[in-house]
Design a protein around this ligand. Structure first.
Ligand code: DHB
Ligand code: MG
Length: 227
């Protein structure tokens, strides 16, 4: 599927379907309202766009920041660091309360790049990048987290959710990116990633004690409260 220059902001369908989940003119309006970011985040946005690295962008970034601040989260877990863009939004949200972010990434080149960006953001003491396969690292974690953000390979979402749910404190928030996967989940898409996302959305939505909603922002953001 052809991807346009700004597709990292609002990824379109991953298979041959007519449209994604948002309207271009609405996206232009929403992104147009977003206040400028600092030099580092804007540099990361440009760099991600030029290399087709799928970062969450400024709207989901601000949404994560607001969720973490409003929930007064101190300990955050992230699955899928990429270049550290979402981690920096989360790190900035928790640092005034002396909180921390643990973020897992399996691609060594991405780990290096994320660590460089995190250092440039002055968040080296706030964000810890763990290099490894999330499905191997997650079972070894024992701390409880106030907020868990999942944005890894889509195929592992169903298995990663079980671990994230276990690691979340009661009253904590589980947030997942790409829940609508370009709209393909609503059209019965059959790729491995789409099938994983369909299963994930169904399992999280029906999970006992989790209060879940999916917001059609960018590529769909799932927010689930552990009651
Ligand atoms: C893709 C992955 C993401 O996490 C994202 O936010 C957008 C796109 C992808 O793999 O295409
Ligand atoms: Mg994503």
């Amino acid at each position: 599927m052809k991807r346009g220059p700004k597709d990292y902001l609002a990824p379109g369908p991953r298979s041959e379907t007519e449209m994604g989940i948002t309207y271009d003119h609405i996206d232009d309006y929403l992104y147009g309202l977003a206040p400028p970011r600092d030099r580092l985040l804007e540099k990361m946005e440009e760099s991600a766009e030029s290399r087709d690295v799928p970062i969450i962008g400024p709207l989901v970034g601000r949404f994560l920041y607001n969720l973490a601040r409003a929930s007064q989260s101190k300990s955050v877990l992230e699955v899928g660091t990429a270049i550290g863009y979402s981690g920096i939004w989360l790190g900035r949200a928790v640092s005034p309360r002396k909180g921390s972010v643990t973020t897992i990434e399996k691609d060594p080149a991405r780990v290096d790049e994320a660590e460089k960006n995190i250092a440039e953001a002055g968040l080296k003491n706030v964000i810890k990048v763990v290099r490894g396969d999330a499905l191997k690292v997650l079972p070894s974690l024992k701390d409880e987290y106030d907020l868990v953000f999942l944005d890894s390979d889509k195929e592992i979402y169903p298995a990663a959710f079980k671990e994230c749910q276990r690691l979340l404190r009661k009253g904590g928030l589980f947030v997942a990116d790409n829940a609508l996967w370009g709209g393909d989940v609503a059209k019965g898409g059959t790729s491995a990633a789409t099938r994983a996302m369909i299963r994930f959305n169904k399992e999280v939505s029906g999970f006992p004690g989790m209060s879940t909603v999916i917001l059609p922002l960018r590529d769909g953001v799932l927010v689930s409260l552990k009651e």
